[in-house]
Design a binder for this molecule. Structure first.
Ligand code: 13P
Ligand code: SF4
Length: 329
């Protein structure tokens, strides 16, 4: 088996890593959760052993929606900073802990306020500033509505405004523009370095090596890469597609943390998953280790603090609006 392949069997690396969490450590985590009235949420990109001890694992939209409906008073968010901030904005009264508070998403900062001001000046009330959830609290506060990769097309197409400033991700923005031809979408130069770096050459090489495989890609990839895709979707949509598909082989074009859930769901189906030669990894997500999850449960460290005020209230509205719009479409 090539280094970048994962065959779905119990011996695959991600399943083996998840299974390696000792029973006594699992029991310790369960005890700490009870003592703190805590629940662990994890994104599909974090390490398999972290996903394995989480109560819920999902894509950005699932985690944001779920965070609002949970009874526990403490949420441990195994993910990057903007995910912890979204959970806190949606639940200001709860304690939200980030196991690694330095885990950041570079794209979350890639917007200039001047670009938002210029678009508002140019288009007035016929403009909606649509903000990918991968963004700071401040950037959300300049915006009208948040979206994630799983609901961006539906939410944008349902907005009454014709002009849309899509921030920060130019790749997701371009994908949305293609799906919403009635809208005038203004792009911003932000991007995810991990998805931007996936090379077309390496993808074509993987396709040549696995001609029967379907290509499943995240919309944060470049247009050249997405042009080769059989399916484009969020992490959860990619995993669901692979599980439901009749195909037996897939080239997965997103961060390789998704391998664990793909293996877990498809282990008995004999499905095979391949990545490009340079496997896409996300530094921020990788820095969220199991030891840090345990430590933050033990000490309640990494609490997300968002200063109350105009910016927080405005950012919270953009997330609430996303949940309302997503429930309608
Ligand atoms: P999803 O919403 O697809 O989980 O994406 C999150 C992310 O950071 C993609 O890079
Ligand atoms: Fe941010 Fe990219 Fe990592 Fe997603 S994969 S969290 S967009 S850096």
């Amino acid at each position: 088996m090539a280094a970048n392949d994962i065959a779905a069997s119990s011996a695959t690396p991600a399943l083996a890593r998840a299974a390696s969490v000792p029973e006594d450590l699992r029991n310790h985590i369960e005890r700490l959760k009870r003592e703190r009235d805590a629940v662990i949420l994890a994104h599909y990109y974090v390490a398999p052993e972290v996903q394995a001890v989480a109560d819920y694992v999902g894509d950005s939209f699932y985690l944001a929606k779920l965070a609002k409906s949970l009874p526990q008073t403490t949420i441990v968010l195994a993910g990057v900073e903007f995910m912890g901030e979204s959970a806190k904005l949606l639940n200001p009264e709860k304690t939200v802990l980030l196991p690694e508070p330095q885990a950041d998403c570079p794209m979350a900062h890639m917007v200039e306020k001047a670009a938002v001001a210029a678009a508002r000046e140019a288009y007035g009330d016929d403009l909606s500033v649509v903000c990918y959830v991968n963004s700071t609290v401040e950037i959300k506060s300049w915006s009208d509505v948040c979206v994630t990769s799983s609901n961006a097309v539906k939410i944008v197409s349902g907005l009454p405004q014709r002009h849309i400033l899509f921030i920060p991700d130019r790749n997701l923005g371009r994908f949305v523009a293609e799906q919403c031809p009635d809208k005038h979408i203004i792009l911003n130069p932000g991007f995810c370095p991990r998805h931007q770096d996936v090379s077309l050459e390496e993808l074509l090489e993987a396709k040549a090596a696995h001609p029967a495989a379907l290509v499943l890609a995240h919309p944060e990839c470049t247009a050249r890469v997405l042009a080769e895709a059989d399916f484009i979707g969020s992490t959860a949509e990619i995993i669901d597609f692979a599980e439901a598909s009749d195909a037996g082989e897939f080239i997965v074009v997103t961060v390789d943390g998704v391998a664990y859930e793909l293996e877990r769901r498809c282990a008995r189906m004999g499905k095979r998953f391949h990545f490009t030669r340079t496997r896409p990894t996300c530094e921020g997500m990788e820095s969220v280790t199991l030891a840090k999850v345990v430590s933050c449960l033990e000490t309640a460290s990494g609490a997300v603090e968002i200063a109350r005020g105009e910016a927080a209230a405005s950012a919270q509205r953009t997330l609430d609006r996303m949940l309302e719009c997503a429930a309608r479409v």
